[in-house]
Write a protein that binds this ligand. Sequence first.
Ligand code: ZN
Length: 175
Amino acid sequence: MAIREILVVPDPRLKLVSKPVAKVDDKLRDLMDDMLQSMYAADGIGLAAIQVGVPKRVIVMDLAKSGEAPDPRYFVNPVLSDPSDNLEPYEEGCLSVPTVFDEVERPDRIKIKYLDYDGQPREEIAEGMFAVCIQHEMDHLEGVLFIDYLSRLKRQRAVQRVKKLEKDKSREDAA
Ligand code: ZN
């Protein structure tokens, strides 16, 4: 396993639409292992493959609270359907938009179909935090970021903030 670099805005690759996975094989499992490790290293709860530069429809997630045992989850070729009419606001963040948090409204309940780590088809109902997270990650597969739901001004501010953060970081690395 290896920790991969997580892309941040305004990297144009984050705007790509990811392609379906043809087969869940060992090579794909290697990618999922790397993604999970990279997500844990960055203190995240969800990660889409495009965030490590791979435009495939793959998501990893772990919603275990601190102190609880790890609960890694893998979603290959996920498809959402039957969203609830009820929308709930939730303060979201994203490893590709570090240090920025803002409220997004999404359906609070949604159905998800996907292939798991072993390539087995699964179907379940996502609610609460799981519903928020899976919809956020699904957006990545379509090249959409949570800041795209915010006003243009807020979105520009978010990107500027990340640019400055990255500049400060590279300056520190060089020092
Ligand atoms: Zn994200």
